[in-house]
Design a protein around this ligand. Structure first.
Ligand SMILES: Nc1ncnc2c1ncn2[C@@H]1O[C@H](COP(=O)(O)OP(=O)(O)OP(=O)(O)O)[C@@H](O)[C@H]1O
Ligand SMILES: [Mg+2]
Length: 239
């Protein structure tokens, strides 16, 4: 089966201010995500984890190198073709939930499908919310929900569209242990059946659930671990 997403010699730099200094953030990263795989990305703060996820999911353009999603080269796509590719195949869960405050949980879940002009029935939306344990809160606005509940709405919003690949950037970073475990369990249910999960995390136990762990340091892949224990991940980050 073809890889779902890959980056080849990916470089990303940011320029500070107008004509200011150039900050290299990703320095030639090559990585692939296979169908059905759970890939975790770990590394110190500032090592480029979020930037890698943004580039790999087509949210941010690469400075150099190649990004492919489902075999399509992201840099060669028009803005609308990229939007369609992302809309139809890619889901993204942010640390900060990114829900629309004026919409109910149900409306938040239904919104991407409506934007994609995909039919999603009220029953499907309610099922997606029930799957994350929020059937009772469907009519609630995000402001009336706890952080853990808001993140579960954000996960339901992504999962309702059954994307081929889900990217999650520290999805449990702002949550207490119990809510974090619930969100992690939901996301860990994605890989399989040809669908994949790429998750940035600081949580060693969460990383240890992955099939493969990429350890970033200073914008480069420092090491790669297969089926590691939490201890293996800890050693790879610290040594
Ligand atoms: N828009 C931007 N402009 C300038 N520099 C940026 C920008 N985005 C990120 N950076 C820099 O790139 C580096 C990597 O940032 P990134 O957010 O990818 O790190 P991270 O590994 O996700 O860190 P954390 O664990 O704290 O979330 C940092 O030094 C950051 O300051
Ligand atoms: Mg980050």
């Amino acid at each position: 089966m073809p890889v779902l997403a890959e980056v080849v010699d990916l470089t990303k730099t940011f320029t500070l201010g107008r004509g200011g200094s150039v900050v290299p953030v990703l320095r030639g990263i090559t990585a692939q995500v296979a169908p059905g795989e759970f890939l975790a990305v770990v590394g110190p703060s500032g090592s480029g984890k979020s930037t890698l996820l943004y580039c790999m999911s087509g949210l941010e353009p690469a400075t150099a190198g190649v990004v492919r999603i489902l075999g399509r080269t992201v840099g060669a796509l028009s803005r609308s073709a990229l939007a369609a590719l992302r809309r139809d195949h890619v889901g993204f869960v942010f640390q900060s939930y990114n829900l629309i405050p004026s919409l109910s949980a149900r409306e938040n879940v239904a919104l991407p499908a409506r934007l994609a002009r995909r039919r999603i029935s009220a029953a499907e939306v309610d099922r997606a919310l029930a799957d994350v344990g929020l059937a009772e809160q469907a009519a609630h606005r995000p402001g009336t929900l706890s952080g853990g509940q808001q993140q579960r709405v954000a996960v339901a919003r992504v999962l309702a569209l059954r994307p081929d690949i889900v990217f999650a950037d520290e999805p449990t970073g702002a949550l207490d242990t119990e809510s974090g475990a619930q969100v992690l369990d939901l996301l860990a249910g994605v890989p399989g059946d040809g669908r994949s999960l790429v998750m940035v995390t600081h949580d060693l136990q969460a990383a240890a659930r992955a099939d493969r762990v990429l350890v970033l340091r200073d914008g480069a892949v420092h090491s790669e671990l297969r089926n590691p224990s939490a201890d293996d991940v800890f050693k790879a980050i610290t040594c």
